[in-house]
Design a protein around this ligand. Structure first.
Ligand code: HEC
Length: 200
């Protein structure tokens, strides 16, 4: 085997590692500091990472998924039990036929007397026209059901129906209104009704 020949391209400061093979000379130089600290950092990281992720400390894979799904179910249950819903959240409920049916059942018992069987109004205003006194957003309708109408106007609070009951009623009113705008000659919009059609 040929004796290693010093490499003309290497500076003199490189330390000879005392080993050469096939014409390749091994040097023994200090690693750059930044590299060394990075390397130590990976060791420290591994001391934490391996027991945590492989020793059962952290939930991973199916166990983690199960936990996340349970959390999601709890969140949904909280919402169903009356957690706050913004306008977009309420509008998302409006597509649910089960809610329309549930709202219709309550409406038939508690609202027909004043708002009419088709929502065309009577003692209370027409709920099927383009005009609203207290607002046409679903959150407005839910707020009316929760707190009642303006004092002395005859629209009581229906908070006793519960959050879901009020949401279902609002969904039903919206579905009625969307079946088609119907004016009621016997119940024209009062002067305090503003034009605010459900255009979503
Ligand atoms: C005793 C009669 C009466 C009953 C029963 C009644 N309402 Fe009303 N409702 C009114 C009156 C009157 C108003 C107008 C309130 C105002 O001017 O502040 C009104 C207003 C409303 C409004 C607001 C309309 C708008 O233009 O802003 C909604 C929505 C509504 N009622 C839904 C219902 C629902 C749903 C029920 C059944 C759970 C119901 N009401 C039961 C009389 C009634």
């Amino acid at each position: 085997m040929a004796e290693p020949t010093p490499d003309a391209h290497q500076p003199d400061t490189l330390k000879d590692g005392g080993h050469a093979f096939d014409g390749i000379q091994e040097y023994d130089n200090n690693l750059p500091r930044w590299w060394l600290w990075l390397f130590y950092a990976t060791i420290i990281w591994a001391v934490w990472y391996i027991p945590y992720y492989h020793g059962g400390g952290a939930k991973v894979g199916p166990a983690r998924l199960k936990d996340d799904l349970a959390e999601l179910a709890a969140e949904r249950a909280k919402l169903a039990a009356g957690g706050a819903l913004d306008e977009a959240g309420l509008r998302a409920l409006a597509a649910d036929p089960a809610r329309v049916a549930a709202g219709k059942a309550i409406y038939g018992q508690k609202c027909v007397a004043c708002h009419g069987p088709e929502g065309l109004g009577g003692v209370g205003p027409n709920l099927r026209d383009r005009h609203w006194i207290l607002g046409s957003n679903m959150s407005d309708i839910v707020a009316v059901l929760e707190k009642g109408g303006r004092p002395g106007k005859g629209m009581a609070s229906y908070a006793s129906e519960g959050t879901e009951g009020m949401r279902n009623l609002a969904v039903y009113i919206v579905s009625l209104n969307r079946e088609g705008i119907k004016a009621n000659p016997a119940k024209p919009p009062a002067s305090d009704e503003k034009e605010a059609p459900l255009d979503w």
